[in-house]
Design a binder for this molecule. Structure first.
Ligand code: FES
Length: 585
């Protein structure tokens, strides 16, 4: 193969290409299709950028090259596609010298910049394959994943008029899971999250924010009060103006968390906990993407607050036991209990002691006793986030004890309580306040209402004396989740691995992998992510085991799916690796 100093490689004789109309040649690792059209020679990468079908099996008519698999069309001269599900195909500069065709196959230097554009296009057009291919290149360039995460966040908050929803929540969950995953699984997590954002925005009008109040130096306390008043009367635009004004007046992350978490807990367990979870996720997204995105992100939350169903208006929270009445009395006690507790933080029970003290009461059938015990702990000086942690733990136990004789949809009832309780606890860690502590009591009431899910209760796996855990246990878990409804078996497998001394990190990586191989399911993603969060924050091995038993049981109840989304990702991955999907040797 002859080559010049400028990177030109002799590819064929002009006569050959002219005679045959097209010719396929191997040039320094590239399979190049040469097309003779209108007295010109064009050189094109022979792999269709859509799914790798050989373009030399296609046709050129009127300057348009058409792939013969899904009929993507390309301008043969520039490589530009007319079908955005594909991509522009790479073309190589051609020079004719002495009746020979020379092709410049110098490496393309702008692959990352190109895939940034492609990611945006994949989001705009909701094309998962395009998203997958872009993510693989971008993560190769920067393993943190922050850049594609930011791109998805920016897209999602601007192109969904309803504001923050399931897509952005899944996107943030996936980003949170990234550090727990094996490196090979990380692009797949981002692919799932970004695809969820694209799906959630597809076909929806964009969001136009409201401007801040004119002038400067708005009083934050006043804005907070107005925000809450506007939410109460379902006025989302007035509420949004308060949020954007607070941000333009320099409110900090903690001040904004205080304001928004107060608003989201002014009414009882709104929309079965989703707006509180979305709020938590929005702040976590900003932790990753940067506070400079706060206005675009936080303003998307308030419509969900204003339009939400409020449990004080529901029958289940009023009859046969008036839980709202119990809560209203407790709320009156909260400011005093909070300030008394603040004065005596020294002699407090640990988070583990609080879990032990409260779990059975919370899982019992006396809501008044549960509320009284939580208020008493607060008054005695226990840290609010630790009390909230005891409630999160009890909510996880509902799932760990969930009996499979319940209907499949009932898993979500327990899941909603757990993710709500987790969101409230994370909020209290971020911006503690008596107002937000109302959410802890709401979660306690929801745990009470979920008690029928544990009648009868599934048995929580106990240590069985086994001393060894191995990778084979994790492989067995994988096989279990290839079969339907291996709920108790999956929980036992996880418990036996951990009780046998298995490390958490490989188990988390494996559970993450098992989540990613299934089709995206909002609730399963929420479940696994919240359980991982708790595992990272609790100091007790038994509690960690119970969180992961709950997560694995939930996952097993919702597996296997068709795994069609994984198939799309695998195609992207094989193309990225340079596998020849269809090309003949
Ligand atoms: S259009 Fe070429 S592989 Fe799909």
């Amino acid at each position: 193969m002859e080559q010049t100093m400028t990177g030109l490689v002799r590819a064929a004789t002009l006569a050959d290409v002219r005679k045959r109309g097209y010719l396929t040649v191997q040039l320094q690792g590239n399979t190049v299709a040469l097309f003779y059209h209108n007295d010109q020679v064009y050189a094109v990468d022979n792999r269709c950028p859509h799914m790798g079908f050989p373009l030399d099996k296609g046709s050129v008519r009127d300057g348009i090259l058409t792939c013969y698999w899904h009929y993507a069309r390309f301008d043969v001269a520039t490589g530009g596609t007319f079908d955005q599900f594909a991509d522009d195909v790479r073309v190589f500069p051609v020079t004719i010298m002495d009746d020979d065709v020379w092709v410049d196959v110098s490496p393309r230097s702008n692959a990352v910049a190109h895939q940034r554009q492609r990611l945006r296009l994949g989001l705009e057009r909701d094309i998962s394959l395009v998203i997958g291919k872009a993510v693989l290149v971008l993560l190769d360039a920067d393993g943190s994943g922050i850049e594609p995460f930011r791109t998805g966040l920016d897209f999602g908050v601007h192109y969904r008029d309803a504001g923050w929803g399931q897509g952005l929540t899944m996107h943030t969950c996936m980003m949170n899971l990234l550090p727990h995953l094996a490196p090979v699984d990380r692009p797949r997590a981002l692919y799932h999250g970004l695809s969820a954002v694209a799906r959630d925005s597809a076909g929806r009008p964009p969001r136009f924010g409201v401007p801040p109040l004119p002038g400067e130096n708005q009083d934050l306390a006043t804005l907070k009060r107005w925000l809450r008043r506007f939410i109460t009367v379902h006025d989302n635009e007035g509420a949004e103006r308060c949020v954007v004004s607070a941000l333009r007046n320099g409110a900090t992350s903690q001040q904004m968390a205080d304001m928004l978490f107060a608003a989201v807990t002014d009414h009882r367990y709104i929309d079965i906990g989703h707006p509180a979870d979305f709020t938590n996720k929005a702040f976590e997204a900003l932790d990753t993407a940067g506070w400079e995105n706060a206005e675009a992100v936080l303003t998307t939350l308030v419509r969900g607050y204003a339009n939400a169903a409020r449990m004080e208006e529901s029958n289940a929270w009023r009859n046969p036991v008036d839980l709202i009445a119990i809560l209203e009395v407790a709320f009156e006690q909260l400011p005093t209990a909070w300030s008394e507790g603040e004065k005596q933080r020294a002699a407090v029970p640990t988070a583990g002691e609080l879990r032990s003290q409260h779990a059975e009461l919370l899982l019992g059938d006396d809501p008044q006793a549960a509320v009284d015990a939580l208020i008493a702990s607060l008054r005695a000086g226990a840290a609010p986030a630790d009390i909230a942690g005891a409630v999160v733990y009890a909510a996880a136990l509902r799932i760990a004890r969930f009996h499979t004789s319940n209907e499949l949809g009932d898993w979500d009832t327990a899941l909603h309580t757990f993710t709500f309780a987790n969101a409230i606890q994370q909020g209290l860690r971020r911006a503690p306040s008596p107002e937000l502590f109302r959410g802890v009591l709401d979660a306690a009431m929801s745990i009470y209402l979920d008690r029928f899910l544990n009648i009868p209760a599934a048995r929580i796996p106990q240590p069985n004396g086994r001393q060894h855990a191995s990778e084979a246990d994790l492989a067995d878990l994988t096989q279990l989740l290839d079969r339907q409804q291996q709920v108790n078996q999956a929980g036992q497998q996880v418990a036996h691995y951990l009780f046998g001394g298995g490390e958490s990190a490989p188990l988390l990586a494996q559970l993450g992998r098992l989540l990613l191989r299934e089709d995206r399911d909002f609730h399963t993603i929420q479940m696994v992510e919240a359980a991982f969060r708790q595992v990272g924050q609790v100091d007790d091995a038994t509690a960690r085991t119970h969180f992961l038993v709950a997560a694995s049981r939930y996952l097993a109840a919702h597996a296997p799916t068709l795994r069609a989304q994984g198939q799309t990702y695998q195609i992207a991955q094989r193309l990225h690796q340079g596998d020849r999907l269809f090309e003949e040797d």
